[in-house]
Design a protein around this ligand. Structure first.
Ligand code: AGP
Length: 615
């Protein structure tokens, strides 16, 4: 939710900031802006516009973009509609200070009232403008410098923020701070970078510091970096090395990141399993569980907290763990869990699942569960993000950067980690038979090849997806392990094609949704020859009897469903609990091709952002 980037060093700041914005655009793309201190002309130039980073690029043509210090922002609107004025950076009253912000200032209304009474005026409807005005007010009224003013002002702020600030008369000084929104500092040779994540930094340096909550980074050209708490206590920075590589951030010849990420899945699954499962498939090791075996042996319950696609992966995890670990599992929307006054026991294990590792509701759910003494296990993709740092233990999904806003490879990697966890926990608790352990582990090793085979269907799916661009609604049905997959298939379609889609357990259809079925209604049915196959075939018959259009995902060679469905996609057979991994591919491709045919922006769908750092 909003991407921020900053630079101070001996190079021109503009191209570095602009490239950084392009990398962070997945976080928000309704408006963008940049502020630069021009040392030569002693100006603090702010340029901002509604639209994407490309629009900003166009907007600054023939403007003064000189300067070796600057900050830049790509926005996902919270307070104030997306327009030029509400775009960041925001000036202070005197236009001596410029600030960018990711997060929400909760007490902005009270502060604004106070500032209005003192004669301050506001251009925008944003909470961010209140913050920059407030910092200037604190600076002026205390006759102090900007660094001290930021410390004093932030001690009165309620809410979430990652901010970066520059000052007109101080071209050697950049200050940044974070609370509940991510911020990374990159350390180069006589230069420093700031960004919401490491992607804008990786091509300049692999040395980074992930700021902790309520930390302030003060960067001076001569003295370098100093990190303090809001109370001004100096902190020892923990410098980490990035393992990301640049090619992961490019489209690599694909028209969209989403398609690239769909095609990457055989590789990402191998990466996810690497070092965790041996080639014979008879030994699965997850150090995060191994080091905490007693907790997993004694736990009475597992609570999974997540949002969106990660919640769907968590629901597949529930089916897996209940079947093979014989432990009660509940799957919670983090946003509901955190406010519901849930009953949490100290012997609960709470699994937080998040691609970004920054989702505000999941982070809050983690903190809540921790405060009740539960053991928290994280499943995250972005290394060093807030959630993995807040958990007691966990496993990274190792899917590599996911840039497309619609999650694809992160989902299948999450399901893979949950499968590995099931095998390890099942063994620790003595609930999984040797036969099932071997069967699942050995078959899991074959899944990347089966995904590869399924990806060959891309052209076929592209062709028949054209038929469905007329649709206003879609229904997705599945049972057992494939019910959460039906939910995920529907979410993929709605978020990128803007076609309304509902996922349902197939047997629930007759309790209501069947009323929607007519000759116009496409119904995607995951009808694999496993689990409750015959019952799903009956559901297909019920749809056909009402003239619905059935698109079935079937097991290779299944002549029965072929005959009763209008369209079918054949995928290789696998263990029942692993079907969602292989069957994800046609669902992702179907959504992708429908959205592309409809001319939608699949990588940056309207109203969405990749990392939801606000409630
Ligand atoms: C997925 O396609 C979505 N864009 C969204 O539902 C996402 O899964 C959700 O916001 C959770 O994000 P997280 O995994 O980063 O916590």
């Amino acid at each position: 939710m909003c991407g921020i980037v900053g630079y101070i060093g001996n190079k021109d700041a503009f191209p570095i900031l602009l490239k950084g914005l392009h990398r962070l655009e997945y976080r928000g793309y309704d408006s963008a802006g940049i502020a630069l201190v021009s040392e030569e002309r002693k100006n603090l130039n702010v340029y901002k516009t509604r639209g994407k980073v490309a629009d900003l690029e166009h907007f600054v043509e023939s403007k003064d973009i000189s300067g070796t210090i600057g900050i830049a922002h790509t926005r996902w609107a919270t307070h104030g509609e997306p327009n030029d004025i509400n775009a960041h950076p925001h000036y202070s009253q005197s236009e001596n200070i410029a600030l960018i912000h990711n997060g929400i200032i909760e007490n902005y209304a009270v502060l604004k009232e106070e500032l209005l009474r003192k004669g301050y005026t506001f251009q925008s409807a944003t909470d961010t403008e209140v913050l920059v005005q407030f910092i200037e007010y604190v600076k002026d009224s205390n006759h102090t410098d900007l660094a001290t003013a930021v410390h004093l002002a932030l001690s009165q702020i309620v809410g979430a923020y990652a901010i970066a600030i520059i000052e007109k008369n101080n071209p050697d000084f950049l200050i940044a701070a974070r609370k509940s929104s991510p911020l990374v500092v990159g350390i180069g040779e006589d230069e420093f970078f700031l960004a919401s994540d490491a992607t804008p930094i990786v091509e300049y340096t692999n040395k980074v510091i992930y700021l902790d909550d309520e930390e302030i980074a003060v960067i001076r050209r001569e003295e370098g970096l100093k990190i303090t708490s809001i109370e001004n206590v100096e902190k020892t920075p923990h410098i980490q090395e990035l393992s990301m590589n640049l090619s992961q951030l490019e489209k690599g010849g694909y028209p969209h990141f989403m398609l690239k990420e769909i095609f990457e899945q055989p590789r990402t699954l191998l990466d996810c399993m690497s070092g965790r499962i041996n080639v014979e498939g008879n030994n699965v090791v997850l150090s995060g569980i191994f080091d905490n075996q007693e907790k997993f042996r004694k736990a009475k319950r597992i609570v999974i907290c997540a949002c969106g696609t990660s919640w769907h992966a968590g629901t597949i995890g529930m089916y897996l763990m209940e079947e093979y670990c014989r432990i009660p599992v509940v799957v919670e929307y983090s946003s509901e869990f955190r406010y519901r006054k849930p009953v949490i026991y100290p012997d609960d294990i709470v699994i937080a699942i998040s691609q970004s590792g920054e989702t505000a509701d999941t982070l809050a759910a983690v903190e809540l569960a921790k405060s009740h003494g539960a053991f928290i296990y994280g499943i995250c993709n972005v290394v060093g993000a807030s959630i993995p740092r807040a958990t007691h233990s966990g496993s990274y999904t190792h899917a590599g950067p996911e840039i497309g806003v619609a999650s694809t490879k992160a989902f299948t990697a999450q399901v893979t980690v949950l499968t590995l966890m099931t095998l390890v926990i099942g063994k620790v608790r003595g609930t999984i038979s040797e036969e099932n352990y071997l069967k699942i582990a050995q078959e899991l090793l074959k899944v990347p090849a089966k995904m590869e085979q399924t990806l060959q269907l891309n052209e076929q799916i592209k062709e028949f997806s054209k038929i469905f661009t007329y649709a206003k609604n879609f229904i997705y049905l599945g049972r057992g392990y494939n019910y959460p997959l039906a939910l995920e298939g529907a979410l993929k379609l709605k978020e990128i094609s803007y076609i309304h889609a509902e996922g349902y357990p197939a047997a629930e259809m007759k309790h209501g949704p069947i009323a929607l079925i007519d000759a116009e209604m496409p119904v995607v049915v995951i009808a694999i020859k496993r689990g409750m196959y015959e019952k799903v075939v009956s559901n297909i018959q019920e749809i056909k009897a009402r003239k619905g259009k059935v698109i079935a995902i079937i097991t290779e060679g299944d002549e029965i469903v072929k005959q009763v469905s209008d369209y079918y996609i054949e995928i290789p057979d696998t263990e029942e609990c692993l079907v969602p991994l292989v069957a994800s591919i046609p669902l992702q491709l179907l959504a992708y091709h429908i959205a592309v045919t409809k001319g939608q922006d699949v990588d940056q769908p309207r109203n969405l952002a990749k990392s939801v750092t606000v409630e």
